[in-house]
Design a protein around this ligand. Structure first.
Ligand code: R5P
Length: 292
């Protein structure tokens, strides 16, 4: 087996290879003056079981094209099998037609990956687990929530209340609460499908003088987490933490979240950022060891 870390996941790829004690086959990459991506395998991969690690965070389209180029080249260079590890799968939120005429983007992405030639697919906390049924090849979405919850447990935050900023994250907080044991709850969020603006309904929680951790799969603009944090602060929460698997944190998300009363933002290295303090490498290494 050879690990091929793509341009967006060089560190994560090498952590996985260290844990599994298997060889890294680096790719050379660059951009042409007009912005097109270039990829070149630097090792002979013919007859090898190749594991490509490439997250598809911003800029999503570039990351995705790099991934497709790597899969296509691996197939063409006669790799024996190709596993794609895509810790953050872009376009997963557009999983249905919210308005007439819309593209179901995630379906198109999955078709592209399979047509390019993957034999197996692994991601982490996909936005909607039902999307995994779209894959024809064996595909799984791992959960990094226990790792995130353990990070807080190690900070002596056992007993902290786990909050889902919307109903979609309820399964996530149930999982976190198994480790933190401080109870859990959720808010009701509405997103305007045209403007993207988020409104969260106020709801009473018993959080006065308690530590609270808001868990979500993705933090993008920070709108969801900061609205939830403001509600918690109004209700007298002691410290508020924002935890997510995929810290996209676009634009002024960081400032927005911190000014809403959040004390710390914690993410995983599914996306490489200054908040990626929890590593998913052991989780992915375990999945590879386990096989399909
Ligand atoms: C959507 O339902 C997701 O689970 C996240 O809540 C959302 O992507 C966060 O986006 P933002 O940070 O822009 O509010």
């Amino acid at each position: 087996m050879m690990i091929v870390p793509g341009p967006t996941s060089v560190n994560l790829g090498s952590k996985i290879s260290n844990l599994l004690e298997i060889k890294v086959a680096p790719v050379e990459f660059k951009f042409f003056p007009d912005g097109e991506s270039y990829i070149r395998f630097t090792e002979d991969i013919s007859g090898e079981d190749v594991v490509i690690v490439q997250s598809t965070g911003p800029p999503q389209d570039t990351s995705l094209i790099q991934l497709l180029l790597m899969i296509d080249a691996a197939k063409d260079l006669e790799a024996r099998s190709i596993v794609a590890i895509v810790p953050y799968l872009a376009y997963a939120r557009q999983d249905k037609r919210f308005r007439p005429g819309e593209a179901i983007s995630i379906r198109a992405v999955i078709e592209l990956l399979e047509t390019a030639g993957i034999d197996r697919f692994i991601t982490v906390n996909i936005h909607n687990p039902e999307v995994m049924d779209e894959f024809v090849v064996p595909a799984e979405s791992l959960s990094a929530i226990p790792q995130l919850a353990k990070y807080f447990k190690d900070k002596d935050l056992t007993g902290a209340f786990s909050l889902a900023p919307d109903k979609g994250a309820v399964e996530i907080v149930k999982e976190a609460d198994k480790i933190l044991n401080g109870g859990y709850g959720w808010l009701e969020k509405e997103r305007n499908i045209v403007t993207g603006e988020v409104t969260i309904e106020e709801k009473e929680f018993n959080v006065k003088d308690k530590n609270v951790i808001i868990f979500d799969d993705i933090i993008s603009t920070g709108g969801t987490v900061s609205s939830a944090a403001e509600i918690l602060k109004k209700q007298g929460a002691k410290k508020v933490y924002a935890a997510c698997v995929h810290p996209l944190l676009v634009g002024d998300a960081r400032e927005r979240i911190l000014t809403s009363g959040v004390d710390e933002i914690v993410g995983t290295d599914c996306i490489s950022s200054s908040f990626s303090v929890v590593s998913v490498a052991p989780l992915i290494a375990e999945a590879l060891k386990r096989g399909v």
